[in-house]
Design a protein around this ligand. Structure first.
Ligand code: COA
Length: 416
């Protein structure tokens, strides 16, 4: 089966997580992704938080599958020459260096366009160009704070809190991948390349859209009816942290199940969707609440919401999270068990769908990674191990037309 992006050549000048997550996705879908790394050290994540001495860290292997690795010192004349050749023969260059690094290396956008007018240059930065913070270097949690996620996550009586989900890194990479595919499509029509840029702040804010919705509602009304602060608590003039409250139009909360005293994840997320109220009452053995004017409508329930959750927890007390969901699914109630990483790693359905995959690596042996979350009916996705540092250097140089002698000389000069 052919892959959708076969024939697209990508210079992967990325490191850490945001850029590599983007290019890994494109590699799964068939692009030839050549990861350009500094000789000797490579992407810093190869060494970060190693669990096996002398083998690339999982941080690296889980973000760089299906790629080739070319070592290149782009600050040497030979390295620059190779990069120029690569630019002339590639479709896309993806980078997430600190602000100005590419220019300092001698590869400004004007220079890249001169070398290849069809080039798509895709960049991740912490802040967008022209932003008053556009000189800052940024990592994940910095972006979550700058993009509105931290101020709206956590408990109202606690500090701003970051999410474990990589909203700043991998999420920005996914946005960039959409930008690259869009630019490729436009190039099909115009024949011209372009610059595609995603900032981590913008990408986090894009996922916090409903919190900007809430700010405007709060400005107008002075309260937010679905937040735990309503109707008994106080609102200031900024969107508060809502704990585990549902962010949409229906209340929800994380509720204890059997065993919560000893198991940190013996919980379910329970949603009180308006039209599911009658089934909820039946499921939890409170049929009298169905017609009770104190409980019948969402507005009537809101002052009692904690009492309702407490009642549901009583019902959950003798059921594991899995037993509870198996009952509630029969009543069509939106809910799920809170799953630990250990449970997700072993989940049969995720293994079967290829979302959790076991991959072979030359040094590590087998490791688990998250495969493509996007499934296609006309394309099989095979996740392969990440490359060793410089594993494909000679191969890529030969493809660019370099002779064996020239390649040997470049190794000698530490340019590759
Ligand atoms: N050969 C020679 N030099 C290379 C090279 C190569 N193959 N690859 C990188 N370099 C150089 C760069 O040219 C740069 O040199 P300069 O600063 O002298 O001009 C240098 O390595 C460091 O680059 P930088 O990206 O600034 O690294 P850093 O470790 O100081 O910062 C980040 C790391 C992630 C904070 C920064 O890259 C950043 O803010 N990136 C944008 C946002 C982002 O993606 N954040 C991380 C998300 S996971």
């Amino acid at each position: 089966m052919t892959k959708a992006l076969e024939g697209i050549k990508i210079i992967d000048f990325t490191h850490v997580q945001a850029g590599p997550a983007c290019t890994q996705l494109l590699a799964w879908y068939g692009a030839d992704v050549i990861k350009v790394e500094r000789p000797g050290s490579g992407d810093v994540t190869r060494n970060q938080l190693r669990d096996i001495p002398d083998a690339d860290a999982l941080y690296f292997t889980m973000l760089n599958s299906n790629k080739r690795s070319l070592t290149l010192n782009t600050k040497t004349p030979e390295g620059k020459e190779v990069l120029e050749k690569l630019i002339r023969t590639s479709d896309v260059m993806v980078e997430n260096f600190g602000p100005g690094a590419l220019d300092r290396m001698g590869f400004s956008w004007d220079r890249i366009l001169e070398l290849n007018p069809k080039m798509i240059l895709a960049s991740v930065k912490g802040f967008s160009e022209g932003h008053h913070y556009d000189d800052l270097k940024v990592y994940e949690n910095v972006a979550q704070c700058a993009g509105g996620a931290a101020s709206t996550t956590g408990w109202w009586d606690g500090p701003p809190t970051v999410s474990a989900a990589a909203l700043g890194d991998s999420n920005t990479g996914m946005h960039l991948a959409i930008g690259i595919l869009t630019a490729l499509r436009q190039r099909d029509v115009t024949g011209k390349g372009q610059k595609v840029a995603c900032s981590m702040q913008d990408s986090v804010l894009n996922l916090c859209r409903v919190k900007l919705r809430d700010q405007q509602r709060l400005d107008r009304l002075g309260y937010l009816e679905e937040y735990p602060q309503y109707p008994h608590g106080e609102f200031s003039d900024v969107v508060p942290r809502g704990g585990n409250a549902g962010g949409g139009g229906q209340p929800g909360w994380v509720l204890k199940c059997k065993g919560w005293e000893n198991d940190d994840n013996a919980y379910i997320y329970f949603t009180i969707q308006g039209h599911a109220w009658a089934p909820i009452c039946d499921a939890i053995g409170k049929p009298e609440w169905k017609e009770d004017p104190e409980y019948k409508t969402a507005a009537a329930r809101q002052p009692h919401i904690e009492e309702i959750y407490a009642e549901i927890e009583k019902w959950l007390a003798d059921k594991t999270k899995f037993e509870a969901v198996d009952i509630l699914r029969k009543f069509d109630i939106p809910c799920a068990p809170v799953l630990s990483m250990k449970e997700l790693a072993a989940d049969k359905s995720l293994r079967e769908s290829g979302t959790i995959v076991e991959v072979a690596h030359k040094k590590r042996g087998k490791y688990l990674t998250v495969g493509s979350p996007i499934k296609f009916s006309e394309m099989d996705i095979e996740v392969t191990g990440s490359p060793l540092l410089g594993e494909h250097t000679d191969e890529v140089l030969a493809e660019l037309g370099y002779s064996d002698d020239r390649i040997a000389a470049m190794h000698e000069a530490d340019a590759v």
